[in-house]
Design a protein around this ligand. Structure first.
Ligand code: FES
Ligand SMILES: [Fe+2]
Length: 417
């Protein structure tokens, strides 16, 4: 049975539900997707001073994202070269060196071995050729402040891989001359559903008015939203499995869509922010940046949603029917206190695991996963909406088809070899 049916003539696109439940597919994804793509590691704003570090699990592997004493930012395997213990067990901090808790090997914050306990018992050249250093992740690069790793030494350069997504990363990265920063901590939670359900859900304009009816209602009636602004926009295939939906919406955006709740003083400030954008980027870009929302998937699992606030999230499968999610809030560095407050309350209120949206989405995803128990009898998901449209709407399913075509290409590429 194929994983997808992509029948343009008949106007149908189907995805086999078995791809959400199969252990074999889960293992293929580990080898063909997560081992072979560029994966998000962190944001430049997380490492300001030498010695700052963040330890993070990427595709099940413990990595250390660290700015060394030489000012260089690195991605290292957070794995002791001696016998494999996890070296740094703090989530983040600042350190000159890291000591392995097992036999006490000490590494500089550049990854180089600093002290080998009982060194006299080792051969003279034991430390040569970097034998005792923390290993670098094979490929490491950044674009617009977003750092990515790849475990595949031979992968194409990051800018080529990002394709059309670069333009949209720029829109997220250029919202202020002061730059962007990750604010506060990380939202971490698990969902009892396949990770690809969250890919689809993150760029799904179709579900907003039904799944999030309560929230939209609240916005219109309580939060002083722009009642005249409807959800309307388009979906774009950005190449290489990346896709975005871009649309207008009624809520306030700290960059820079005013809503009545922010009052006249708020309006003055937002007008000022907008004027700066127009001057720096031109009317058209400014309008797009300020007025339109973007939900973007960068293949395979980086979601950047620039909606009422900006959220950056990644998620990895721990089993076919379970994923771990990490979410971060991204904001403009120099924004005023009230804009920052609004941004953060939106991060909590809508996007957070205890907010208005995520619990509803989690319920929808887990509900689908339960439905896939019948995959043998009811085998296909449908994502055909908008397949015949010239310019698909934001609430069509073009963006999901873009993801699934790339997913299928990679999974089936070397099948049978
Ligand atoms: S495992 Fe790290 S020092 Fe032995
Ligand atoms: Fe949702």
């Amino acid at each position: 049975m194929p994983h997808i049916i992509d029948d343009k003539e008949a106007g149908r696109f189907k995805v086999a539900r078995a791809t959400f439940t199969s252990q074999e597919v889960f293992e293929q994804e580990r080898d063909k997707i997560f081992q072979n793509c560029w994966l998000y590691l962190g944001h430049e704003s997380e490492l300001n001073e030498s010695g700052e570090f963040v330890s993070r699990t990427v595709a099940g592997q413990n990595l250390l994202f660290v700015k060394g004493r030489d000012g260089v930012i690195r991605a290292l395997f957070n794995v002791c070269p001696h016998r494999g213990a996890t070296v740094c067990r703090e989530k983040k901090g600042k350190a000159k060196s890291f000591q392995c808790m097992y036999h006490g090997w000490v590494f500089k914050n550049t990854g180089e071995i600093a002290h080998l306990s009982g060194e006299q018992a080792y051969a003279d050249n034991f430390k040569e050729e970097g034998n005792c250093n923390l290993r670098h992740v094979p490929r490491f690069d950044s674009y617009a402040g977003f750092y990515f790793v790849s475990f595949n030494e031979d992968i194409e350069p990051l800018p080529d891989y990002l394709a059309g997504a670069k333009e949209y990363l720029d829109i997220v990265a250029n919202q202020s001359t002061a730059g962007m920063e990750i604010i506060g901590g990380t939202q971490e939670y698990s969902i009892a559903a396949n990770w690809k359900l969250l890919v689809e859900n993150s760029v799904d304009g179709y579900h907003a008015e039904s799944t999030h009816a309560t929230y939209l209602d609240y916005l219109m009636n309580t939060n002083g939203s722009l009642t005249a602004t409807r959800l309307a926009g388009k979906g774009y295939d950005l190449g290489n499995g990346h896709a975005v939906i871009e649309y207008s919406a009624p809520w306030g955006r700290p960059v820079a869509q005013w809503i009545p709740m922010w009052g006249e003083d708020g309006k003055k400030e937002i007008d000022g922010v907008y004027a700066e954008l127009v001057e720096r980027l031109g009317e058209e870009k400014a309008k797009q940046m300020a007025g339109l929302n973007r939900n973007m998937i960068i293949f395979p699992n980086l979601v950047i949603n620039d909606i009422m606030a900006i959220t950056v999230r990644t998620f990895y499968p721990t089993a076919p029917d379970e994923m771990m999610v990490n979410g971060f809030a991204l904001g403009v560095k120099d924004e005023s206190d009230w804009r920052r407050e609004y941004r953060l309350s939106n991060f909590l209120e809508f996007i957070g695991p205890g907010g208005f949206a995520t619990p509803d989405d989690v319920e929808a995803l887990e509900n689908c996963q339960r439905g896939f128990q019948s995959a043998a009898n009811v085998p296909w998901n449908d994502i055909s909406k908008g397949i015949t449209a010239k310019t698909p709407s934001f609430d069509d399913e073009l963006q999901m088809r873009a993801f699934w075509r790339e997913w299928n290409r990679r999974i089936t590429e070397s099948e049978g070899e």
